[in-house]
Design a protein around this ligand. Sequence first.
Ligand code: WT7
Length: 645
Amino acid sequence: MTDDTLIAIKPEIAATARVTAERRAAMVQAAASDPDGFWRQEASRIAWMKTPTKIKNTDFTGDVSIKWFEDGELNASVSCLDRHLEAGRGDQVAILWEGDDPNADSKTTYAELHAQVCRVANALRALGVKKGDRVCIYLPMIVEAAVAMLACARIGAVHSIVFGGFSPDSLASRIQDSECSVLLTADEGRRGGRKVPLKANADEALKTCPSIRHVLVVRNTGTQVAMQEGRDLWWHEAAEAQPATCEPERMNAEDPLFILYTSGSTGKPKGVLHTTGGYMVWASFTHELVFDYRPGEIYWCTADVGWVTGHTYIVYGPLANGATTLMFEGVPNYPDSGRMWQVVDKHQVNIFYTAPTAIRALMREGEGPVKKHSRKSLRVLGSVGEPINPEAWLWYYRVVGDERCPIVDTWWQTETGGILISPLPGAVAQKPGSATLPLPGVFPALVDGDGKVLEGATEGNLVITDSWPGQMRSIYGDHARFAQTYFSTFPGKYFTGDGARRDADGYWWITGRVDDVINVAGHRMGTAEVESALVAHPKVAEAAVVGMPHDIKGQGIYAYVTLVAGEEPTEALRKELVAWVRKEIGPIATPDAIQWAPGLPKTRSGKIMRRILRKIAANETDSLGDTSTLADPAVVTELVENRVS
Ligand code: WT7
């Protein structure tokens, strides 16, 4: 694959696309020359109780202050629900739910969703939840997850979703950090034919969460669970007792909508804070542009609501745009590896958005399971979460899309709220493996290690030089850490933590993280988190974790472990440590390789040289680079010889 492999925009797509190349160019120009005018206009895509008169007020220097639409007032749930009822769309399906079990599905119309949201919102109010209070959501991929989010938004409570695959410890630390007063969960979840013990995990977590006053429990699988008198209530009983209408809270545009924890290169996960107005405008704007969404279409994003992709592109974006959003409880290979395409045909899906790791896993099964299904309804295919290798891109394009569907490789982050760099189906020619061009109003740049802006075709650190409405506003409870993490490396610029390349056509190619964050099957993981889980084990003295190339997952987790003196490195202990990390963090943090390391490569000042550890893990041992600054270069020889393959 070269930089010149250009897949042109098909004339039939350009002919009907909402945004053509010409229109895109005009938008890019307008957003750059008159941001206030451009975003004032775009703000009208959502429903305001008070139309904003002030548009952009942002400063990436000093304490860092980001405000958009700051005198506007709105409620996110009204944009997603009420106004569609007013427009006569109450009977349209809002959420098309497909169960883990291929025989389980359901349809929830906008009118029904509105009623369910109002009942749960009232139930939360009855439990004493007020505007600004934090509510934790630990639910599987069932309709109630979307209801929970919108119910919080309705009463101005700030939701914090914790992915159902996280351990009790991970759940507890997130609840503690934002002092949530209520937890919304279920008896159990289902995934790939297995059950996930959510309530039992929650009970374990809540032993250390004094801020939680009440737990609402969805009866999902019907299994027996312990209910703590005075604290735990059944969701259906609490909701049924409430009226089906609920006055939405008037929120300022800059009032928080949600917190979502994500991993960084140091310390514990950060509570990324998004506010109401700018986020909603960005969710709606990007969902419509990037997917070239047209009214009446069936749209399916395969993410989990526990990640930002689920927030913006299963719930807020599609519902703001009045779409029918498909919510899938299962996994791509259950009951078999044709499941995705079976669901596409069953529900006549038009737009399909998934992760490279899923594409690579399905690619390994060959074309058979794909070709068994028609997929004729598909019109646009999307990719998100990690760089997509050209081979997987081309397979997705040729085999899944029959060379008919444009592919939108969308680059963004939890912090960015929504997509920043992506092709638009009718406006940007594609290159397999490239996220192509920034959206209108997005200003990326490449800088070198000293922060010098690089011009032309080159490679460097990816920064964004000015604000966009969907940008995170702070780290919950720690604004100084926000400024420090994102704006101090390259002062005055937002640093993404990614590296990127820009080719001679000005196309962007994301090369991956340049910090100590790894991306395992599209899940972001801080190496420091895995290290602290490992050293919490009584037999571990020291640990260093790096990413290693992995055929399916993109990156795998490679851990170097030094045992405390006298402990023997056995196979049993290796298994025990793997199980330990799964228990401490969750299955997504499962180490792929553990290498016993009598010593780690450290500088004379005691800093671990991760560059060397990454090279060894990647089996690039002939290019270790300069090791002369190491306190003990012999350590490296030992590690190379005992590399785990
Ligand atoms: C990191 C953000 C974006 C929502 C899901 C992940 C990587 C994401 C792409 C892409 C190359 C990508 C980056 C980014 N990433 N999309 N299309 N091409 N890399 O959100 O957990 O906040 O992770 O995912 O490294 O920094 P996240």
